[in-house]
Design a protein around this ligand. Structure first.
Ligand SMILES: C[S@@+](CC[C@H](N)C(=O)[O-])C[C@H]1O[C@@H](n2cnc3c(N)ncnc32)[C@H](O)[C@@H]1O
Length: 319
């Protein structure tokens, strides 16, 4: 029987399975296990495959372990940041895999049940740490960072138009009393921005909450790190599938895949190409895949999901 708190529907399920192009007996890495939705799809779709999954959050990995226990030894969960992926796999004797999935960000569990201040509607402590490697909490960021650092983070990680006004309001408010709950921070942000902002599709605090979460969990840094590891881990023909939920992540994924595509490195004046166009990845789809209307209606979280898929090219293969 499903546990009551399992509320996270895996996004783009069909596209992920097509993208991974599962092979019998294949070994797959789910870098972002969450409640185990995608891992379960993989295990169900290819009965002879194995899934090794990572999540840095102890609370959610417990849910997934219980849920996927029926798959026995075909499923292994590792509680770790995916930035340690190569090292952790090697420690388990795994050098190469047939596919790697990253479904970035946080899960419905984090908003609904973690109690860590991810949702701006709740009076929860401002924490937002996903794993033990996070050095600062959301409260540390909000109450201790200098105003100009807050502006930078809100601009860079939130692409927030009113970064300066919001940072000023936070600094003024915290001199009177520390800002310790998510709903208080959200209310403060709402008051700091022009009233017209409240009529946008998203809550006025959305971008700032995203920015703080990225800072706390070093989300962009660890993404760049793990992408670099995936190329060495994939077997020739192996697939890398990455689902991102905002433009900062998607940009990193897109550039990474493009940078690893075969490209000519001959000198510009060379009469003909002799370099063999080295490359390690081939884009499987030219554009990112997105959810269709039916999925968005059923699972609103899928609205901003973008899936990019690349295939590992054999070293030295002719292109
Ligand atoms: C969007 S959810 C994954 C949902 C999952 N695909 C499913 O269908 O149930 C993302 C998960 O990745 C985890 N996560 C995010 N960043 C991580 C990282 N750097 N290392 C390991 N886990 C991470 C989060 O804790 C969260 O549980």
């Amino acid at each position: 029987m499903e546990e009551m708190h399992i509320i996270h529907d895996p996004v783009l399920p069909g596209q992920v399975l097509d993208g991974l192009a599962l092979v019998p007996g294949g070994v797959y890495v789910d870098g972002t296990l969450g409640e185990g939705g995608h891992s379960r799809l993989i295990l169900e779709s290819e009965p002879a495959c194995r899934v090794i999954a990572f999540d840095q959050d102890e609370a959610i990995i417990g849910i997934a372990r219980r849920r996927l226990a029926p798959y026995g030894e075909r499923f292994t969960a590792i509680c770790s940041n995916f930035e340690s992926m190569s090292e952790a796999l090697l420690a388990g004797g795994v050098r190469a895999v047939n596919g790697i999935l990253l479904d970035l960000g946080i899960s419905s569990f984090h908003y609904e049940a973690s109690g860590r201040g991810f949702s701006f509607q709740k009076s929860e402590p401002l924490d937002m740490r996903l794993g033990v490697t996070a050095r600062v909490s959301a409260s540390d960021v909000v109450n201790e960072y200098a105003e100009k650092e807050l502006v930078r983070i809100f601009r860079e990680y939130g692409e927030e138009r009113y970064a300066g006004r919001i940072a000023r309001a936070i600094v003024e408010a915290r001199t009177r009393e520390p800002i310790v709950t998510a709903d208080r921070l959200a209310a403060l942000i709402s008051r700091a921005v022009p009233a017209s902002y409240a009529h946008e599709r998203i809550h006025p605090a959305t971008r700032v909450f995203q920015a703080i979460r990225i800072e706390v969990n070093r989300e962009l840094e660890v993404l760049e790190d793990v992408l670099g590891q995936t190329v060495d881990l994939l077997l020739p023909g192996g697939r890398l599938c990455v689902i991102s939920f905002h433009s900062l992540e998607d940009r990193i994924v897109k550039h990474f895949m493009r940078d690893n595509e075969p490209h000519c490195i001959c000198p510009p004046r060379a009469p003909r190409c002799t370099c063999g166009c080295p490359g390690r990845l081939r884009a499987v789809y030219r554009k990112a895949l997105v959810a269709d209307d039916e999925e968005v209606a059923k699972n609103p979280r899928s609205r901003s999901a973008k899936l990019r898929v690349a295939e590992r090219i054999a070293d030295g293969a002719a292109v």
